[in-house]
Design a protein around this ligand. Structure first.
Ligand SMILES: *Cc1c(COP(=O)(O)O)cnc(C)c1O
Length: 385
């Protein structure tokens, strides 16, 4: 028997009580009961986002929230500054292209964090920028970007700041209001412990002013209509309300642990995972690791699929490889949402055995010991970058 462990940065493990919600009979989406659920989950999402802004629930994958943010905020031909530093940040550029938005791409080397000074410089060069599009946790490289510092730069300009927090929110510290995030995009299937199918988008007053300035060119993602319906605790179209019921269950769990406690747990898991990986002589890919996943370079002489297939076949552990130009070059271990410290330790133990069986020189227990030392507070995560 192998116990399946989804150590991936989304879709990720879903707790049993959340799964059970999905097995209940379908209720009507315009019923008083359904509205009551919207009231409760909107409140819970605001706590997770750390915001007083409107939070809209969209029936889409996370990318739907990104597209909604872009198309409603930037008029056709308007300018956006894309903080491109990986596969998902590049998606902002593709969304802009699809909607006739003039995207200025600020490239950062993959694995490096975006430099807030570069953002300030680009905004001086492009004072007509309507929206700056960034990422909290770049899942393709395992990098956490300095969103707080970038938010400070953007807040001093007329532009709004849209952040893809799809794999970051609920794992890494994210303070929407304090940090000046005008549009925060989140998906259900990562740290929020749900299956895929819902997207969430917070909208600040500064962003609403941009949105109200022109007619939305999206019918399904018309945020003005979504705002009107949200005021009545409703949605413009039939929402995936079975998932919204499940969301209520996951948000109750989040409330019980407390968002700050959740951030701390993810920090411990990421530091333990980093220490374990490094104890195996593996090199972390990111200079500023995100807290919901750990990416390491595939060691010389091995293929990423050798390692990942062994982890799956021997131990039931699913990890992911690299995307685009990182295909075959890195392995990514997700540790977000319904994942605990022992899942990380178990994954490191499996990684030791997988590498040893593949002929890599491994001292059994070295990664586990390093992780345990971090978890017991006897060791701080090794400095990286
Ligand atoms: C997963 C992910 C996405 C894509 O989300 P979908 O739900 O597949 O649309 C976008 N950005 C980041 C940072 C992600 O981790």
């Amino acid at each position: 028997m192998r116990k399946p462990r989804l150590m991936t940065p989304g879709p990720a493990n879903v707790p049993e009580d959340v799964l059970l919600e999905l097995a209940r009979p379908v209720i009507h989406h315009r019923s008083a009961e359904a509205k009551q659920v919207i009231v409760e989950v909107t409140d819970g999402l605001k706590e997770v986002f750390q915001t007083q802004n409107d939070v809209l629930i969209l029936t889409a994958s996370g990318t739907g929230a990104m597209e909604a943010a872009a198309v409603n905020t930037v008029p056709p031909g308007g300018k956006a500054l894309v903080l491109s530093a990986g596969h998902f940040a590049a998606r902002w550029g593709n969304i802009c292209k699809a909607h006739g938005i003039n995207a200025v791409i600020l490239e950062t080397e993959w694995g490096q964090p975006v430099d807030p000074d570069q953002v300030a410089l680009a905004l001086r060069q492009h004072p007509d920028t309507v929206c700056v599009m960034g990422t909290l946790s770049e899942t393709s490289t395992g990098t956490g970007h300095p969103v707080e510092a970038i938010g400070r730069v953007v807040a001093a300009t007329p532009a709004v700041f849209a952040v893809d927090g799809i794999s970051g929110v609920g794992a890494m510290e994210c303070r929407t209001d304090e940090w000046g995030i005008d549009l925060l995009c989140v998906g259900s299937q990562k740290a929020l412990m749900l299956p895929p199918g819902l997207a969430f988008l917070s909208v600040s007053p500064k962003a609403w002013a941009k949105i109200d300035a022109f007619e939305s060119r999206s019918f399904y993602f018309n945020l003005k209509v979504a705002r009107k319906k949200a005021k009545e605790f409703d949605t413009p179209f039939t929402p995936a309300h079975t998932l919204i019921l499940a969301l209520r269950a996951s948000l109750r769990r989040i409330k019980e642990e407390g968002i700050e406690g959740i951030w701390q747990r993810h920090r411990r898991m990421s530091e333990a995972c980093q220490a374990g990986v490094q104890a195996l002589g593996l090199e972390l890919f990111s200079a500023r690791p995100a807290e919901g996943l750990t990416a390491f370079r595939v060691p010389a002489g091995l293929k990423d699929t050798d390692i990942r297939n062994k982890l799956t076949e021997r131990f039931g552990i699913t990890t992911v490889g690299g995307q685009d130009k990182l295909k075959g070059k890195i392995v990514r271990i997700g540790h977000l949402g319904y994942t605990d410290e022992i899942d990380v330790v178990a994954t490191l133990a499996a990684l030791e055995m997988a590498l040893a069986e593949l002929g890599h020189d491994v001292e059994p227990g070295c990664a586990v010991a390093a992780a345990q030392q971090v978890l017991m507070g006897q060791r701080t995560a090794a400095a990286v970058g």
